[in-house]
Write a protein that binds this ligand. Structure first.
Ligand code: GDP
Ligand code: MN
Length: 380
């Protein structure tokens, strides 16, 4: 789960990482009131779950409350990389002398947390990694040993931060960020920029924070930060029904049992010249209830022009799935054609059930490739 900047900063604050004072606002008037409370110049920042807000016009400085109101008016409603701005974070403006970058994430190949630190902050880290790799200090943490201050110092020397006061502050922030990362079960904690003010104070001006979904049960407070409104309505429906569903941008709705088969189905649709509208995994079960739930999610997507239902029966029985399909067709209104490929345990019985009922708009194909071709044709 990704957190908004203001939520990430709230967690940073809890772990003692310096951040600026701010307020949340959802209207220009609230932004003005927030600026009044904070006093002095503020920065008005779009709260969306994507980066690059600055470049997209979603981060603006304001001199006084009236100006904050105007900037809020400009930013609210902006579309930033497909994310509509509904919330603003109004923060006391900082003077910036330098912009650094600090993050901790997982390096899956090393199976260790990875710190990255560079004095070339403010820009996208991929750019630094590509154009100036020497400027990017990297350090893996041994999880059994835990984070040790000498590692922080090594990171700081690697990034060639040579001011003693900055070294001391950055070292503390690194230690706190590691605790924050571990204790919130985060997958990414990124500070870009980590600024140095003209007075020499180091603090986090931005936050990018991702928490492991599977660990949310251990962090009810973080789980409560989920923004239900911002979630894609279909993904929210899928979550509610316990269906594994990822929206894609094509027109063939995909339903398979098991993640592997569902992914292969995505591939085979592409091979057949089509574009998948989603990835949907029924899981190992495939009983009538599960089929109804999954079809309900897929059929609600207006981009879906045909549905490819790909089942290989192992534990899942073909006859059970066939009955699930028929029940789903009775309970929900599916206006697009559906192509079914059924193989494995009790596949013959399943096909027979479908042939006997012969629902309109349902096509049974013998192989995965035939089914994909048919679904692509029907979506055209
Ligand atoms: P992002 O573009 O989504 O990464 O948003 P950031 O929060 O990183 O802000 C983008 C840029 O706006 C930063 O790199 C800063 O240069 C600038 N900025 C943000 N907050 C302040 C502030 O308080 N004062 C000043 N002077 N600039 C700021
Ligand atoms: Mn940033």
């Amino acid at each position: 789960m990704d957190l908004y900047e203001y939520q990430g900063k709230e967690l940073f604050r809890r772990f003692g990482i310096p951040v600026s004072e701010g307020r949340l606002a959802t209207s220009p008037d609230e932004a003005r009131a927030a600026a009044e409370e904070l006093g002095g110049p503020v920065v008005v920042k779009a709260q969306v779950l994507t980066g690059g807000r600055g470049k997209a016009g979603g981060v603006k400085l304001a001199d006084d409350p009236g100006d904050a109101k105007r900037k809020a008016h400009d930013i609210l409603g902006l579309d930033i990389r497909g994310h509509l701005v509904k919330k603003l974070w109004i923060e006391k403006a900082s003077d910036i002398a330098k912009e650094y970058y600090l993050s901790v994430t997982f390096d899956r190949s090393e199976k260790k947390p990875l710190f990255m630190l560079t004095t070339e902050g403010g820009v996208e880290i991929e750019e630094v990694a590509a154009n100036n790799p020497d400027a990017l200090a990297r350090l893996h943490v041994n999880v059994l040993e835990g984070f040790q201050p000498y590692q922080g110092r090594r990171l700081i020397y690697g990034a060639r931060i040579d001011d003693p006061s900055e070294q001391k502050q950055v070292l503390e922030i690194i230690g706190k960020l590691y605790r924050c990362f571990v204790e919130t079960d985060a997958m990414l904690c990124e500070i870009n920029p980590l600024i140095v003010t003209p007075g020499g104070e180091v603090k986090a001006l931005d936050s990018k924070f991702t928490v492991d979904d599977s660990a949310l049960a251990r962090h009810p407070d973080v789980a409560g930060m989920r923004d239900v409104e911002a979630a894609d309505p279909l993904e929210a429906l899928a979550r509610e029904k316990g269906v594994t569903y990822v929206k894609l941008d094509g027109s063939v709705g995909i339903l398979g049992n098991g993640a592997g088969l569902s992914m292969s189905t995505v591939d085979v649709v592409v091979v057949a010249g089509g574009r998948p509208a989603n990835f949907c995994d029924l899981g190992g079960g495939g009983d009538a209830e599960g089929v109804v739930d999954a079809l309900e999610v897929i059929a609600r997507d207006p981009d879906v022009r045909s549905i490819l239902f790909n089942i290989f029966g192992g534990i899942t029985r073909g006859d059970e799935v066939a009955r699930g399909i028929l029940e789903a067709l009775q309970r929900i209104d599916i206006s697009v054609p559906m192509v079914v490929r059924l193989d494995g345990t009790n596949a013959d019985e399943g096909r027979q059930i479908l042939a006997d009922a012969a629902p309109a708009n349902l096509h049974v194909e013998p192989t995965m490739l035939d089914a994909a071709k048919r679904a692509v044709e029907l979506a055209a």
